[in-house]
Design a protein around this ligand. Structure first.
Ligand code: BGC
Length: 454
């Protein structure tokens, strides 16, 4: 018995990437270092001392890469612009950097793909970090200058804009926990950085309107369902704190124009009276745009723990299948999350899944990567999306993370998220079996389930 889950006619099917993770050419055509170039040189910051100097060499192989995206049947391609290519020094626009993205867009257009351009996917110019990075309010005028340059040159060619990718990760992993660039460990810095990242989103939406660009614009948030480990009230309260930290701290300002009071109280003195919020800021931030981008990979299960952590929480893992990241595979959580987002935040505004996928311990054998567990991951997550849509949910598209194996931040090249295998020695691209699977899904505009797989 098979079941066919058909997607709406106008559903968007895309593949996602980001600049630092694939481009390489770190010092070419006037690009100056980003905070990731710096962070990769810090001993033990990144697995194996890996860095993005070459990565997938996409800067030189973009034409071949875009042709591959097209040949797999995708209709949309999400990429990000590297800020230090466009503005290598404060106030200086680098023509050669803009020219690269013009060439890339020409290939995307030739392939009949629709681009989604992300303005910020974590590669802050080092010169900006030297001025305090995202913790300094000065970043806003520099971001405006950069975003304006990109919009003026490329704006007419972009149907989909993403403002900021995952402000939580940029702020909390980068400035709070220190596992991402710039590697700081200060909760107050993380809150300041988060505020300025949200402001940058609002500024990009404002600029987009001012310039009367025709494409649609939205922010991408990483979100997870946060489940309490037990129904003990202490665990339930702990899960609520974690949800405040991960989800509401970012979504409440955007969709409700305020920070969550329970979390302000929770952070107490650490928030230093929220002195980084100026009059008018929340109005700037609360411009959700035309859609919300969602990146989702797993869920969190949380219990209360008096362990000295900021939120007195501990993450618990259930005996369930996990990806190569150790992340629980739990497709029904994506369905529940979409429901929750629509109810609490978007309320009918279109949602696009801008990233979903899985790292797996892939092996290339006789020229084939038989990544069945990744295929099952896609199938089951797409079934979850279908269920949400069939109940009237406003999910309008799904972008696979990732098109290529790439530089997985602090994990370096150890973790492979691609549907296309990259041999880093030769830069050969080899579509995995999951790429063929996704091609078929797109061609059918449907997911087929064997009864047993539900
Ligand atoms: C990021 C990607 C990253 C992926 C897998 C997301 O947090 O946007 O850049 O590679 O998750 O970790």
């Amino acid at each position: 018995m098979t079941q066919t889950l058909a997607f709406p006619e106008d559903f968007l099917w895309g593949a996602s990437t980001s600049s630092y993770q694939i481009e390489g050419a770190a010092a070419e055509d006037g690009r100056t270092p980003s905070i990731w170039d710096t962070f990769c040189r810090v001993p033990d910051a990144v697995a194996n001392g890996d860095h993005g100097d070459v990565a997938c060499d996409h800067y030189h192989r973009y034409a071949e890469d875009i042709e591959l995206v097209r040949s797999l049947g995708f209709r949309h391609y999400r990429f990000s612009v590297a800020w230090p290519r466009i503005v290598p020094q404060p106030g200086v626009i680098n023509e050669a950097g803009l020219a690269f993205y013009e060439r890339l867009l020409t290939e995307i257009e030739r392939a009949g793909l629709q681009p989604m351009l992300t303005l910020y996917h974590w590669d802050l110019p080092q010169w900006m970090q030297d001025r305090g990075g995202w913790t300094s309010r000065e970043v806003l005028e520099h971001f405006r200058f950069y975003a304006s340059a990109v919009m003026d040159r490329l704006g007419a060619r972009i149907p989909w804009w993403n403002t900021i990718n995952e402000p939580f990760c940029a702020a909390v992993l980068g400035y709070g926990l220190g596992v991402h660039a710039p590697g700081h460990q200060d909760p107050y810095e993380a809150m300041r950085a988060a505020h300025h990242l949200l402001m940058a989103h609002g500024i990009a939406v404002e600029l987009h309107r001012e310039k009367k660009l025709t494409g649609r614009i939205g922010i991408t948030l990483n979100m997870e369902m946060v489940d309490p480990a037990t129904d003990d009230p202490a665990d339930v309260a702990a899960a609520r704190r974690q949800d405040g930290y991960l989800v509401r701290w970012f979504a409440d300002p955007i969709f409700h124009g305020r920070y969550p009071q329970d979390m302000i109280d929770e952070y107490g003195e650490q928030a230093r009276g929220m002195d980084f919020v100026q009059p008018g800021d929340l109005e700037t931030i609360a411009q959700p745009g035309d859609f919300m981008g969602l990146n989702n990979y797993t869920r969190s299960v949380i219990k209360h723990a008096d362990n000295g952590s900021l939120l007195r929480t501990e993450q618990v893992l259930f005996a369930a299948p996990v990806t190569d990241m150790g992340w629980e595979i739990t497709p029904n959580s994506l369905y529940r999350l979409l429901k929750r987002i629509e109810q609490d935040f978007t309320r009918g505004l279109p949602i696009l899944i801008t990233e979903n996928g899985a790292a797996m311990p892939d092996e290339l054998q006789n020229g084939v990567v038989q990544d069945d567990t990744r295929i099952a991951y896609f199938r089951d997550h797409l079934a979850a999306c279908h269920r949400f849509i069939s109940e009237g949910g406003q999910l309008k598209g799904y972008f696979v993370w990732s098109f290529l194996d790439n530089f997985e931040w602090a994990y370096g090249y150890d973790k492979r998220f691609g549907i296309v295998y990259v041999d880093y020695g030769t830069q050969q691209r080899i579509p995995k079996q999951s790429a063929k699977y996704i091609s078929q899904v797109i061609a059918d505009n449907a997911v087929t389930l064997e009864e047993a797989s539900r």
